[in-house]
Design a protein around this ligand. Sequence first.
Ligand code: G6P
Length: 613
Amino acid sequence: MCGIVGYAGHHQAAPLLLDGLSKLEYRGYDSAGLCVQGENGFQVAKAKGRLQVLREQVHDGQDLIGTVGIGHTRWATHGAPSDVNSHPQVSDSGRIAVVHNGIIENDAALRADLLAKGVSFHSETDTEAVANLIGWYYEQCGDFVASVRQAVKRIRGSYALGILCEDNPGTIIAVKQDSPLIFGFGKGENFIASDVPAILKYTQTVAYLDDGDMAIFNNEYVTFLNAAGEPVAKQRETITWELAAAERGGYDHFMLKEIYEQPKALRATISPRLMGGRVVLDGLELSKEYLQSLKKIYLVACGSAYYVSVVAKYTIEKACRIPTEAMMASEFRYCDPVVNEHNLVIIISQSGETADTLAALREAKRRGARTLAIVNVVGSAIAKTADDVIYTWAGPEIAVATTKAFTTQLAVVYLLTLAMAEALGTMSQEDYTQVIQGLEKLPEQVESVLCEENVKKIDYVAKRYCDHHDAFYIGRNLDSAICLEGSLKLKEVAYLHSEAYPAGELKHGPISLIEDGTLVVCLATIRELFEKTTSNIKEVKARGADVVCITLEELEGPAEQVADSTIGIPAIHPMLQPTLALIPLQLLAYDVALNRGCDVDKPRNLAKSVTVE
Ligand code: G6P
């Protein structure tokens, strides 16, 4: 989603802003722009399309002279991607320039009010209403800070804003509500950005702005105000990871790099939590009495994190015998869920900023539930808001299509399940020990699935089926949950229509769509259900489907009898099998996307961090 970078310093701002924006490209965007404040006022450049278009337009920034500026990558919400709708948006008065991430919900009312006051609009964006509102207040009072404060009081919705005022050269004001914004402390220079990678080359010392916070800064000084306008001291945090972690490091795409980083990410997430054959979860207290008092556990998330929740529903219910429901955050918010103090609400989010997930978390808290977040980004809004947080230690995930965040979220689900099952006494000691042993070897098992032989097989399958128009992913029980994620990956990066169905449900409708050459990817990794699932393979084969079957190595022989291609994965404790089952599906989606010539890391219309509803 939109990316913001702001700079006040002693270097030329434009090249630095372009560099910062390039590190935010992963968030997803469709146009970009800059405003640099020079001796003769604002210099604005905006362009629809990739950042490269803007870069060429301004000759790598050399055309815009000045050491203060704001930059933006826009993911269109109000108004199509176009030069005029790109940010920065400059007020009708010409004195205020604004970059914005989020949605202004009362845009229409603000517009009408400003139009009535004689202010003109030139774009379709909600951001222009903000620029004009600040601009209007500024015309009245002539005070930059006061006009931003007054405007912010009237804005409803979510926003991270970077604002320049022509009469206050050198100063940037940043303010945020429900959209992420960080402040970077440099020497003789200061920064704002939507995310760490944009400024990590220049500083490792940052502060995370809280909702309502305002930063007023120039190259030397910064003042932080809270929502009440009182000065606040913000905690300085040091970023411990290096920029290399957010770069491609020799891989063609971030998605591929992150697929191969999974063993490392899993080790980092699992090992610190296994001690003496037991799970120890970051000081999390889940007593037997508390767990027994629970009427239901909810898992709430969006996108792939929601599919982790679907896997978790099976896993937690089986091991802990507590009714568990997975819900999409966007639905949870508005369905008047039966949620109170007898519910634990587990929120799953890589970014920790997804608007619907954050809102669902707040709703769960409002209704009295205890909330536990599984989050990757330290210091994110969801991590700060939940009662408890367990971090996935996946490192920065850049590819829009999640891979390592998914598998580390799943790893935390396994750990949490074990901790709860142990407290409740619902799992035999033998089973518990086997899962612990499985978790210890999970990273190397993932490595073995990524072996050359499998990669070659998947390459072959991808080449063979990349021109298909439709794909179905089928499986039973935990396999059906992983099919949801495998199918989503294919849609996201390869733009191939794909549906996931529990294998037993296929005959109740979707089988009518199976015809000669329809691609069916079948997950059959559960021994007890293997024969049932192979029957479903026969049903689709009989109707002309091409079937790729992912199964346990030991079952590959029988699978070869019914499927066109097979990929074998090692067996592990059944609770952990979904992780290994997913790896070939990630690679398959990646390879199909490459064969179809898709831009794997920047899939059309998608955003990494969805900070609007
Ligand atoms: C976007 C991303 C997905 C992600 C979802 C939820 O749609 O493209 O990969 O699963 O948001 O994001 P979160 O950061 O909350 O996990």
